[in-house]
Design a protein around this ligand. Structure first.
Ligand code: 6GU
Length: 232
């Protein structure tokens, strides 16, 4: 998988990708993340990427031209499955969307700043808009890093235990069951007996029941509406 990120803050993302588990993914050749400075595609000597909004008002707007040139330059190199604009009014990133994007070959992520981008970018250049939650960040860079983490960790060989990405919170529509490790007793705090029993079927059953109960308590919105029949 290849991900190209277009940003006015390339250093922020380059250092992030150099330090995280995503570096391991890169070394394994599972993913190639390339960060591009939007100013590379400016033509004026001030390397300007934003301007005042037509009609007045507060804040600057990112201009269509450098963004169009950046995307066009990347598209001469390969075919992209999606051009994603990171924006707080985009589609909310959730596990099904991360799963979907992890099946793609080439993605472009465009990070917004200031008051956003010229609307023509959204109309003509972008195939999808993604938000990471209902709060506003100063720019799309952290959101792009979050999206990359959620997607790349799903690629084969990135996290150690091949099965663990599938048993994550949310992957089956439930939050994760509680986990314990040694010692079996600490300060009188006990690990549930069933986990020490070695009885695999009972352990699976217990974990599923716990996941279901936790989901009811913490994230009832993840469960189907009542009356739709039992889960699992
Ligand atoms: Cl993708 N961008 C910005 N600026 N803020 C956000 C966001 C994105 N997702 C949530 N908040």
């Amino acid at each position: 998988m290849r991900i190209d990120i277009i940003t006015v803050l390339p250093d922020l993302l380059t250092s992030w990708f150099g330090e995280s588990i995503l570096d391991r993914a890169r070394k394994k050749g599972v993913v190639d993340v390339q960060v591009h400075d939007l100013r590379t595609w400016t033509l004026d000597k001030h390397r300007r990427v934003d301007d005042y909004p037509f009609g007045g008002g507060a804040g600057m707007v990112m201009q269509v031209e450098p963004i169009d040139r950046a995307i066009a330059a990347l598209k001469t190199e390969r075919v992209y499955d999606e051009v994603i604009y990171m924006s707080p009014d985009g589609q909310l990133l959730d596990q099904p969307l991360a799963n979907h994007l992890s099946t793609k070959g080439n993605l472009i992520l465009l990070c917004g700043h200031y008051k956003g981008v010229d609307e023509r970018v959204r109309q003509h250049l972008v195939t999808r808009e993604v938000s990471i939650g209902d709060y506003v960040l100063t720019g799309g860079e952290l959101a792009a890093a979050v999206l990359c983490d959620a997607v790349i960790r799903l690629l084969p060989g990135v996290i150690g235990d091949e099965t663990s990405a599938l048993s994550d919170s949310f992957q089956d529509g439930l939050v994760a069951p509680p986990a314990y490790t040694r010692p079996a007793e600490y300060k009188g705090w006990q690990v549930p007996d069933v986990l020490l029993s070695g009885h695999e079927a009972r352990i699976d059953e217990w974990r599923h029941a716990q996941a279901l109960e936790r989901t009811r308590q913490r994230r009832p919105g993840l469960l189907p509406p009542e009356g739709d029949g039992p889960v699992g």
